[in-house]
Design a protein around this ligand. Structure first.
Ligand code: GLP
Length: 259
């Protein structure tokens, strides 16, 4: 696992955007796995800037999002479709038909989930999967005790997740308690995974994911078993890492010899 600790949230976002920009400029028909949440917004803003500067194009890029709530219309401001359109897609030259989100409006959940898995396979799998992490260690909406081999399916949200995400819903709105999420097994099939964690409130989940035992109690810990993972964190999110100095030194070496 490559652990990159950066001084600020802005630098973390720029760092991730640069990796994606470099990748899509060289790979024809790149397939990106995308995440929602606050931590990834700076990455998306940096990508939009690069697109506006004429450095990159998303015309041939296909995307698959990690998850979506059940029970919200796509034009509902709290849906992940709305988030993705407004935070990223509407500002790029991407063809919306190439942007996939595991939405289900007809209660055909099993078919939707199976179809999502098949589509990812049909596109040749995900090249780079972006991930945030919940304060309880979840990735996508794979809550603690999710099977480490799980596939795209309906998940009941943990109370902690519902509380953390309640800031996006006002009192009159019904907050979903269910979501469709790529499974942990699905995520682990991505060729490369980049996880972002920002802020002190993520420090325990980050420490558990990087340095703790591999356990379904912290779904992010499964990334220790993937051979191409970059964890990009700011100093606050890194504050509980036991091997903090080692990661700083290793990254210095990486920049000196491998870049
Ligand atoms: C939601 C999403 C996750 C995301 C998490 C962290 O629960 N389903 O995919 O990683 O939020 O979000 P934030 O970056 O806002 O803390």
């Amino acid at each position: 696992m490559r652990v990159v600790i950066l001084p600020s949230e802005l630098e973390a976002g720029t760092f991730i955007a640069n990796i994606i920009a470099e990748f899509i400029s060289h790979k024809e028909n790149a397939v990106l796995g995308l995440a929602t949440g606050n931590s990834i917004v700076l990455t998306y803003q940096a990508l939009i800037e690069q697109y506006k500067d004429g450095k990159i194009s998303f015309k041939k890029v296909t995307t698959f999002n990690l998850d979506e709530y059940i029970g919200l219309e796509s034009n509902c401001e709290q849906s992940y479709r709305y988030y993705m359109d407004n935070t990223l897609f509407n500002h790029l030259d991407i063809n919306k038909k190439n942007t996939h989100i595991p939405e289900c409006f007809n209660n055909e959940f099993k078919a939707t989930c199976n179809n999502y898995e098949s589509m990812i396979n049909d596109y040749g799998g995900i090249d780079i999967q972006l991930l945030g992490i919940g304060t309880n260690g979840h990735i996508g909406f794979n809550e603690p005790t999710s099977s480490l081999a799980s596939r795209t399916r309906v998940k009941t949200l943990a109370e902690n997740t519902i509380q953390n995400n309640s800031r996006f819903f006002d009192e009159t709105e019904i907050q979903p308690r269910l979501a469709i999420t790529m499974g942990i097994g699905t995520i682990m099939e991505a060729k490369q995974i980049i996880l972002v964690g920002l802020g002190k409130h993520k420090s325990q989940a980050i420490a558990d994911a990087i340095e703790g035992p591999i356990t379904s109690f912290c779904p992010g810990s499964i990334l220790q078993q993937h051979d191409n993972v970059i964890v990009v964190i700011d100093e606050h999110a890194a504050s509980k890492l036991k091997l903090y100095d080692y990661y700083i030194n290793t990254e210095k070496m990486h920049q000196q010899y491998m870049c």
